[in-house]
Design a protein around this ligand. Structure first.
Ligand code: PLP
Length: 361
């Protein structure tokens, strides 16, 4: 008989991705958790009602919690999770956030600020000294690392220490890195946020969010908010995300290897003035020397790479970020964000190179 996995050495992430959140191994038990479609449960138990819990969510929460090293709550989208985190900030509290964070996060902050709910201070996340100074009177420090789409890296441990000294919570949006490449709870961060829509689900067919924390009180507060506001995932979405999570390590490994190879080859291309890559993950931002027009041309010229927003799917996608009005003006007009998928890298390169060749001068 196999050893009890809880009594031996801790399992490695690839094994956790495959094994966590499974039904108990009893004769004839299914290997996978079923999709429980239920708005209500027989009275007298711990759940009672569909907004308060669902066994399919629980399986996913167990698996993602195990990967991040904390307790997980799932939400209807990444931004529903973000809204729940921002709800922790008291009246007129200050939130420090990266100026190049996900645009939806920036827009939520701007909306809440315009209605007098909180104050937001947007910072250059690479300027650790300035971020630490901004933490002094903060209630919440929002980190995203790498940032979207500038791909800047924050010094998470140093900023977290400064934030905690000020009594502020720290949240890291870990969507780009995934728990395989970065586990912020190990750096003392209070909350990890995911748009599960991206790498965790991984197939561009689900919208979901998640928050993971090690703090039981915070977990209870966030669960209370989810119960009350109802930003809950659908059981089918939770099942699909859990199914996607089973291959997260394979997808991330392949997509990252593809990205690293493409970055090497792109460095030489005459159509580009810059290739931004933080050294890990599968998001690459390229800046076309000829700016906006060349960026739009590139988006139309690829055959394999799909012109689409979002990221983290098995298929490679690209988009010029400034086509969105909400994108920061400090992002170059000719910046095209590549979400590198798991196709054969030679096919990805041939398609991208041919399209880029048509964008020179
Ligand atoms: C997509 C995304 C979000 C928002 O997630 P949704 O599931 O679309 O609501 C938040 N943060 C990052 C970094 C994202 O890429």
């Amino acid at each position: 008989m196999a050893a009890d996995p809880t009594s031996s050495s801790p399992l490695r992430p690839g094994t956790i991705a495959v094994t966590a959140g499974r039904p108990e191994k009893t004769p004839d038990a299914p290997l996978n958790v079923p999709i429980t479609m239920a708005s209500t449960y027989v009275a007298g138990g711990d759940v009672e009602y569909g907004r308060y819990g669902n066994p399919t969510w629980t399986a996913l929460e167990d698996a993602l919690g195990a990967l991040e090293g904390g307790r997980c709550l799932t939400f209807s989208s990444g931004l529903a999770a973000a809204s729940t985190v921002l709800d922790l900030v008291g009246a007129d509290g200050k939130v420090v956030a990266p100026r190049h964070a996900y645009t939806g996060t920036i827009m939520q902050l701007a909306d809440l600020e315009s209605r007098g709910r909180l104050r937001a201070e947007l910072v250059d996340i690479t300027d650790t000294e300035a971020v630490v100074a901004a933490c002094a009177d903060a209630a919440l420090v929002w980190l995203e690392s790498p940032t979207n789409p500038a791909l800047e890296i924050a010094d998470i441990a140093t900023i977290t220490a400064a934030a905690h000294e000020a009594g502020a919570y720290v949240v890291v949006d870990n969507t780009f890195a995934t728990p395989l490449l970065q586990r912020p709870l190990e750096d003392g961060v209070d909350l990890v946020l995911h748009s599960a829509t991206k790498y965790l689900a991984g197939h561009s067919d689900v919208q979901m969010g998640a928050i993971v924390t090690r703090d039981d009180d915070l977990h209870a507060v966030l669960k209370g908010r989810r119960d009350l506001v109802g930003a809950i995932p659908g059981p089918f979405e939770a099942w699909l995300t859990l199914r996607g999570l089973r291959t997260l390590h394979l997808r991330v490994e392949r997509a990252q290897a593809n990205a690293q190879e493409l970055v090497r080859r792109l460095a030489e291309h005459p159509a580009l003035s810059e290739v931004r890559y933080p050294g890990f993950g599968a998001i690459v931002s390229i800046v076309l020397s000829q700016g906006e027009v060349a960026g739009d041309l590139l988006s139309r010229k690829t055959r394999l790479w799909v012109h689409a927003t979002s990221l983290g799917g098995v298929e490679s996608t690209l988009e010029r970020r400034r086509r969105w009005k909400a994108e920061a003006a400090t992002i170059p007009a000719g910046l095209v964000r590549l979400s590198v998928g798991v196709e054969d890298v030679e096919d990805l390169w041939e398609d991208l190179r041919a399209a880029l060749d048509g964008c020179v001068g």
